[in-house]
Design a protein around this ligand. Structure first.
Ligand SMILES: [Zn+2]
Length: 190
């Protein structure tokens, strides 16, 4: 089971939830551009197939809490298996939901550290009711998008004080910062 051992080592060494899934992104920009929801799901399924307790006859009875009738301890059994599977689930749960992924990314790559090409406020964006999405056209004819769930999550994180978030054009390499004032406060006076 060289594949399993290698995977357990990779997950143990992973310093981000992306790495737990076997995905690599050196920056927020890269993550936005290359790590799609489909890529996250695919990566999770590939690893879950190897790690899932039901697929593993290696699980030792010792600490396989959730799996009744676990097989007798195997010489190759690795006590890290259950922990690795939990970590994989946690990574998938966090990154597969737009709002929680946004929050995680926000902490991993603070938007204030990024250089942007332009700045706007949320009021500059158009609200698309069908998609629950704020959009803003890019000068390349591409579009910037911000989902309301993401806004809710960022507001909650700022405890209603307002926030800024960096958006990436879907088509070109431009990025903008969106400023959002606090709920019910008059930001014009600030
Ligand atoms: Zn663009």
């Amino acid at each position: 089971m060289a594949e399993l051992r290698q995977l357990l080592d990779q997950i143990a060494r992973a310093s981000t939830l992306y790495e737990v899934l076997g995905l690599e992104a050196a920056s927020f920009e890269e993550a936005q551009k290359y790590i799609t929801a489909g890529a996250i799901r695919g990566a999770y399924l590939r690893r879950a197939l190897i790690l899932h307790p039901d697929k593993q006859s290696l699980v030792s009875g010792a600490d396989a809490s959730g799996s009744a009738g676990a097989h007798a301890a195997d010489p190759a059994a690795d006590p890290r298996l259950a922990a690795s599977y939990l970590r994989l689930r946690e990574a998938y749960d966090t990154l597969s939901t737009a709002a929680s992924r946004a929050q995680y990314d926000h902490n991993l790559w603070p938007p204030s550290s990024l250089l942007v090409d332009d700045e706007f406020s949320l009021e500059d964006m158009l609200f698309d009711e069908d998609d629950n999405m704020y959009t803003l056209p890019c000068r390349c004819s591409g579009v910037y998008r911000l989902h309301v769930d993401e806004i809710d999550s960022l507001y909650a994180e700022s405890q209603g004080a307002g926030f800024s978030n960096v958006l990436f054009c879907q088509q070109c390499s431009l990025k903008i910062r969106i400023q959002c004032s606090g709920i019910g406060t008059d930001s014009e006076e600030a």
